[in-house]
Ligand binder design. Structure first.
Ligand SMILES: NC(=O)c1ccc[n+]([C@@H]2O[C@H](COP(=O)([O-])OP(=O)(O)OC[C@H]3O[C@@H](n4cnc5c(N)ncnc54)[C@H](O)[C@@H]3O)[C@@H](O)[C@H]2O)c1
Length: 389
């Protein structure tokens, strides 16, 4: 059974519990679409929507499992935002020829069963399991293009870290997917620097689900490998907010590194950041659980992203330049087409805090945004109590 977007609201600031949870429990029972049918002939088809650094690694993980699990079709489609490479070849053609995403994940074979497709509609056409993994700023446009095109019993999972801010309040990406496409969406977040997982170094991740544990288990099965341990958690908003807000903390950690403030300071910033993550998540969704912050999506992701992620690295360069070089310039120079999420998330969080009158309660979050926009110097990251907006 499909849901209509008007049936439920995306997150509203006044909500006092997980939105529409009972609605989801009654409406979404499409597990049958994700398991072999009675005669054993039904196989799930997976499409990965996105093909950046993490998108490519996600496709690799899923492709290796699709080959092993009898309830999945071998072929995994991957939608590619088409680009022409410096040698004039199309990225999609090169991926299909070499089995490598030479731009976003060079040197790693994705699996022969990954098929790159530049046509979004065609890529999702036959899939009943959609994995969304693009920078969050593109998700609004992608959902608009797919509206009305995703039919049948379809389940989604979002690996996207970020949110949209609307007049009514923030809209998490899983809610955007549900609202626009009329399908249930889980989330997968965690301490997951893509390049490390690409070379099969052990790490963990968290699947956040709304109601159906069985659907969460299917996603866990699809992503899990001996080097990628996935745990389901019944707290979709908590998991997604962890993944989103930690990028703001990473920017703060980058400032600390750029100013060579040392490990104690960075640990303090991580602790304060984690505290603000938890406080804001619980204000937005009172149903968010404390225990979620001890999962891979919580404290572990804060640690890895403050030690090694791209947000930290670019923020470090920003602070080293004394705030004189813009984030746009640094992103273009340092990330070769990859996208920075923390700066836009800091702005979005600031808008929410401002709108709700909560700025003073979240000095780290609000200070990060003000440093990013040049209103405060990078040094303010440890003086933020003196610079309340
Ligand atoms: N890279 C990581 O280590 C990592 C780890 C965990 C989560 N994530 C999250 O995964 C999501 C995807 O990140 P990524 O690392 O796969 O991407 P990326 O930053 O490596 O690559 C950018 C992607 O955006 C695409 N793109 C550019 N312009 C576009 C447009 N107009 N419309 C649609 N797509 C466009 C590019 O083709 C490319 O695939 C993000 O939310 C990120 O926070 C990333």
């Amino acid at each position: 059974m499909r849901i209509r977007s008007s049936f439920f609201s995306i997150f509203l600031l006044s909500s006092s519990s997980s939105p529409s949870s009972s609605f989801f429990s009654s409406r979404f029972s499409s597990l049958s679409a994700m398991s072999p049918g009675a005669n054993g002939d039904f196989k799930s088809r997976v499409t990965v929507v996105g093909s950046g650094n993490w998108g490519s690694v996600a496709a690799k993980l899923i492709a290796s499992n699709a080959l092993k699990l009898p309830s999945f079709h071998d072929e995994v489609r991957m939608w590619v935002f088409e680009e022409v490479l410096p040698n004039g070849e199309k990225l999609t053609d090169v991926i299909n020829k070499t089995n490598e995403n030479v731009k976003y994940l060079p040197g790693i074979k994705l699996g022969r069963n990954v098929v790159a497709d530049p046509d979004l509609e065609n890529a999702v056409k036959e899939a009943n399991m959609l994995v969304f993994v693009t920078p969050h700023q593109f998700m609004g446009g992608i959902c608009k293009k797919l509206k009305g095109k995703v039919t049948g019993e379809v389940e989604a999972i979002s690996l996207v870290k970020g949110m949209e801010v609307k007049k009514e309040g923030p809209c998490m990406i899983s809610s955007l997917i549900s609202k626009e496409l009329g399908i249930n969406s889980c989330v997968l977040m965690g301490a997951n620097i893509a390049n490390e997982i690409a070379v099969e170094k052990f790490s963990e991740a968290t699947v956040g689900y709304r109601e159906s544990r069985e659907i969460a288990d299917t996603w866990v099965q699809l992503f899990s490998t001996p080097y990628f341990m996935v745990t389901p958690v019944h707290d979709v908003e908590g998991v997604e907010l962890c993944g989103t807000l930690k990028n703001v903390v990473a920017i703060a950690a980058g400032f600390v590194d750029g100013l060579e403030m040392g490990n104690n300071t960075k640990a303090a910033i991580m602790r304060i950041g984690l505290r603000e993550m938890r406080a804001l998540s619980k204000l937005l969704f009172p149903s968010v659980k404390d225990s979620t912050f001890f999962e891979s999506c919580g404290v572990a992701d804060v640690i890895t992203t403050c030690l090694g992620g791209r947000n930290r690295r670019v923020a470090e360069a920003f602070a080293q330049s004394g705030g004189k070089r813009s984030f746009d310039e640094l992103e273009a120079e340092m990330l070769q087409g990859q996208k920075l999420q923390g700066v836009s998330t800091a702005r979005e969080v600031y808008e929410v805090l401002n709108h709700c009158g909560w700025l003073e309660m979240f000095p780290l979050f609000s200070t990060v945004h003000q440093i990013c926009t040049g209103r405060l110097k990078p040094e303010a990251i440890v003086h933020y109590r003196d610079h309340k907006a």
